[in-house]
Structures are given as C-alpha cells and as structure tokens.
Design a protein around this ligand. Structure first.
Ligand code: SF4
Length: 222
C-alpha cells in the first residue's frame, strides 16, 4: 500500500475528509461488503445479530438460519428455543433470538414483509438501533448514512474529525461534515481501514495509506 496525502496535507477539515475518502477509495476500491445475505430481510437480520460480535461469527451461523427461515413469515413462526440454538455463538442469544423473531413478525404485520426505509420505521423494530438502521438505509436504499460502530468511532476520533465518544453524537457530527452523497462510502471505507490498519491496540501507522493526513499524537512511527 502506498502512502499518500502529500506534504502539508493536514489542511482544513473539509479538504482532509475529502482526501481521506479519496485515498481510501483508491486503496480499497469497491465498497466492502462484510456480511453475507441474499435479500434485504436477510441483511437486516444479519446486522441485528452482529451486535457485540464479529461479522465473521455472524457469517458462520447465518447460512443455517437463512436456510431454515429464509423469509420474515418463516422466521416469525420459528420457536425461540430453536433460534437460540442457532444464534448462540453470536452472544446475547436470548435477546437476539427474541428480537429477530419479533422483528420478522413486525415486518409481516406492519410492512407487508418488506424492510422499511425510514429511520423512524427501522428503529421501531426490535433490536434495531441507529447503527443497524444506517447500515440498512445506506446498503439497500442508497440513503446518506453515517454508520458508527467501534471501528468507525476509533478511526474518526484518531483522525481528529470528532472528540465525541457517544455514537449518536459522533453520527450527528460526521453527518454535518461529510457530504450526504459520500456518507455511506465514507462509513464503509473508514470501517475497513479500522479493520486493516487502524487497529485498537497496535495500529499499523507505518504502513497506513493516510498516515500523512492523520494528526493523532499516539501514532506509531516506524
Ligand atoms: S496513521 Fe495510524 S492512527 Fe492514524 S489513521 Fe493511520 S493507522 Fe490510524
């Protein structure tokens, strides 16, 4: 991976955000897809299950879950104990089993089996918070979406784009700073960067393609 940014790259924040996005897009190409799914409904369920665990873990259990319950109707009729047995490896399995079943039922009853589009409707579903709703809105509907998870929050903090810790405040601050048309791509690229380089414990700053754009005082120098 090449380092980019150029001398004097730490300029005003708007330019720095644009440059971070441009460099990460050049480095990573296509918007990454972390979860495996075959329908909007399956994406929604996979994102609910991804709370407090890794996408990899979710991808290990969803093939069985979606083979047995591929649609909202089928999932809404599942036995909670059967769901618990499948989703157990993702943690918090009592709550997750109840939530995905209740969400499926609500999709059938209130949304004709379709995944809704608005933030308000999505967050009315059991187990769906703003992060999940933003993933769905950005991925399925092309809506502007700042997706704040642990990777995103860490990286934008280190890049100096926010000093907030609270996910909702981070979302609001970045919504105001990143142009709407770029928000989803920015979220996904920054997220991938957090997974590949900007690790929580020991970030790979010497190899980081946006090192010159990063003002973090804790940067690890080669
Ligand atoms: S230089 Fe280091 S801390 Fe800054 S974005 Fe890159 S990996 Fe993260």
């Amino acid at each position: 991976m090449s380092r980019e940014g150029g001398p004097g790259a730490i300029v005003d924040e708007t330019s720095r955000i644009a440059e971070v996005l441009a460099v990460l897009t050049r480095e990573y190409g296509e918007i990454p897809r972390f979860l495996v799914y075959a329908s909007p409904f399956q994406l929604l369920i996979a994102v609910i299950l991804s709370a407090q665990t890794t996408d990899r873990q979710v991808n290990l259990i969803t093939p069985e879950l979606f083979a047995r319950y591929p649609t909202p109707g089928e999932l809404s009729r599942a036995r909670v104990s059967d769901l618990e047995a499948i989703v157990r490896p993702t943690g918090y399995f009592h709550a997750k089993a109840r939530n995905i079943r209740a969400t499926a039922a609500q999709l059938v009853e209130g949304f004709a089996g379709e995944v809704p589009r608005s933030m308000e409707e999505l967050t009315s579903l059991p187990g769906v918070g703003r992060k999940t709703a933003n993933v769905v809105r950005g991925t399925l509907f092309g809506e502007p979406a700042i997706i704040v998870d642990t990777h995103f929050g860490r990286v934008v903090g280190r890049l100096g784009f926010t000093a907030e810790r609270n996910p909702e405040r981070i979302e609001r601050e970045l919504q105001a700073k990143v142009p709407p048309r770029d928000q989803y791509r920015f979220s996904m690229m920054v997220n991938k960067h957090g997974r590949l380089f900007c690790h929580a414990r020991r970030p790979d700053c010497p190899g980081c393609p946006i090192e010159r754009l990063c003002p973090w005082p804790g940067k690890i120098t080669a």
